[in-house]
Write a protein that binds this ligand. Structure first.
Ligand SMILES: [Zn+2]
Length: 262
């Protein structure tokens, strides 16, 4: 049987599906993955964007301009939309993502664990209160800093973000290298309680996120990888679809009907 049909059958007979997604799912939305050729990692090493900016202030306008521009232009692609549809149809209980681009929520998924945070949310550095941002808000705030001819400083960038109600300074609510991930207990619980996990577009090398498929597997879930190339997680998975998520997920969806209990 062809793998797509086989996967659709597994999803359809499962009680609790969960998707675990990485940068690969957003590649077709124009957000380059960190590790692939041309990605931030490839160009600037493994230190994390804040360290890179500190070390190369001369390149900051270019790096951030590129980053925010891509983020702003990105829209949910057919892979995000297929996952939202799977949730609506009762086949997906949650999405656990390592992406900060807000595209799962924008596509319509309601239950989303964002391990590395969300760029479309500001977090107050004084009281911790979070405020959501609309598309366009972020770019409007950072654009003057990036267009300015002054030497780049992180301080100027931070000052550009809208202050909190308490007048504390804010920053985008993403998890930088070395910081604790968000939503981890909810994500672990989703991994533990699912009976099928779709592992989509992730290289499986960033911990603790990369440990979640193993948690699902140990708890008895069937693991299905969707990735155009083999990853660190391939050997753990029961099945692998070697294709881009943007091609594979809409195809799987075609073979599925709404779950009986919805
Ligand atoms: Zn505050």
């Amino acid at each position: 049987m062809d793998t797509i049909k086989q996967v659709a059958k597994i999803i359809s007979s499962a009680c609790r599906g969960v998707a675990f997604t990485g940068a690969g799912i957003s590649a077709a939305s124009g957000i380059s993955t960190y590790r692939d050729t041309g990605g931030l990692w490839d160009r600037y090493g493994s230190e994390g964007i804040l360290n890179v900016l500190n070390k190369h202030p001369d390149k900051a306008h270019e790096i951030l301009g590129d980053f925010f521009c891509r983020l702003e232009k990105a829209r949910p692609n057919p892979a995000h939309l297929a996952l939202a549809q799977l949730e609506k149809m009762g086949h997906l209980a949650a999405v656990i993502t390592q992406n900060v681009d807000n595209l799962h929520r924008e596509a319509g998924n309601k239950s989303v664990y964002e391990l590395h945070g969300n760029m479309y949310r500001l977090c107050c550095m004084t009281c911790g209160k979070k405020q959501g941002l609309k598309r366009g808000d972020l770019w409007e705030m950072v654009r003057p800093v990036l267009k300015s001819s002054d030497t780049f400083s992180l301080e100027a960038l931070i000052k550009a973000f809208r202050p909190c109600e308490c007048s504390g300074m804010t920053r985008p609510d993403f998890v930088s290298f070395g910081e604790a991930v968000q939503d981890l207990s909810g994500a672990k619980n989703a991994a533990k309680t699912c009976d099928v996990m779709l592992v989509v577009g992730t290289s499986g090398v960033v911990y603790p996120a990369a440990a979640l498929p193993a948690i699902a597997k140990t708890s008895g879930a069937c693991l299905i990888e969707i990735n155009w190339k083999a990853s660190e997680l391939t050997s753990l998975c029961d099945l692998s679809i070697r294709a881009q998520a943007v091609d594979a997920l809409p195809q799987i969806l075609k073979y599925l009907k709404p779950a009986k209990n919805t």
